[in-house]
Design a protein around this ligand. Structure first.
Ligand code: PLP
Length: 244
């Protein structure tokens, strides 16, 4: 039996992505693996970074900002994605420390992120904050996400904000064991992005798929898959919770 090391788990997840991409006739280089490190230690992130992993996702503001502070100097090239529920009183730290936010579903939060995005950090000019709108597709597990009928108006308003760059859409469907059932909400998110692009948007990002359904997401066009458990092992649900 192969030992479960960070390097082995990373290789396994990458080969799952590559197999699904091959079936879909897609180049696996067009799919970004986002390692979801919520509840994991900064050391666990550093171990995966040492294997070449660059993109990390965090769900809780305080926990994420702590890890970024612990790792920024030694690992300045890491890209940090905020993927959890975001309340308006926490936007300032997210705007200052993260590179991406996947979970925007309200204009008010986007306006604050844009207003609070600093011009520079550590003497380097900062790129705009990269944004995905979280959509409440059919079968969504949580109550968050903009309803599809309200998506176009939100996208227009967010797309006009100066310090954000609207990149695409994100969803978190309810878990389902059946791959055909897994594919349906991902296909829906993909058509919503295409419909926006026909209205003049130039979106290029579909953030969808997790440990249990990343193949279905890749088959439906995911460009970012968000994987936690398959890379870091099972999380204890009691650990790492904080009010957001
Ligand atoms: C925790 C989480 C993930 C990763 O889930 P796994 O099933 O552990 O791969 C992906 N996306 C979001 C938004 C999450 O909260």
């Amino acid at each position: 039996m192969t030992q479960s090391t960070p390097a082995n788990r990373l290789r396994d997840v990458r080969s799952r992505i590559a197999r699904a991409a091959a079936i879909a006739g897609r180049d696996s280089a067009s799919i970004c693996l986002l390692a979801v490190s919520k509840t994991c230690s900064a050391d666990a992130v550093a171990a995966l970074a040492a294997c070449g992993q660059l993109d990390f996702g965090e769900n809780y503001v305080q926990e994420g900002v702590g890890k970024i502070a612990a790792l920024r100097t030694r690992h300045p090239r890491l890209r940090w994605h905020f993927i959890g529920p975001l309340q308006s009183n926490k936007t300032r730290e997210v705007a200052a420390q993260f590179d991406w936010v996947h979970s925007v579903d309200r204009l008010h939060v986007a306006q604050r992120l844009s207003a609070q995005r600093p011009v520079e950090r550590d003497g380097h000019v900062l790129a705009p904050l990269q944004i995905c709108l979280q959509v409440n597709v059919s079968g969504e597990a949580s109550k968050s996400g903009v309803p599809p009928q309200a998506l176009e108006d939100l996208a227009r308003a967010v797309g006009a904000l100066p310090n954000l760059r609207l990149r695409g859409l994100m969803c978190i469907p309810a878990p389902n064991e059946d791959i055909q059932a897994q594919r349906a909400p991902f296909a829906q998110l993909h058509s919503l992005m295409e419909a926006l692009n026909r209205q003049g948007f130039a979106l290029d990002t579909l953030s969808m798929g997790m440990s249990a359904d990343l193949e279905a997401a890749v088959l439906e066009g995911a460009t970012i898959v968000r994987v936690g458990t398959a890379l870091f092992g099972a999380r204890s649900t009691a650990v790492g919770r904080e009010k957001t």
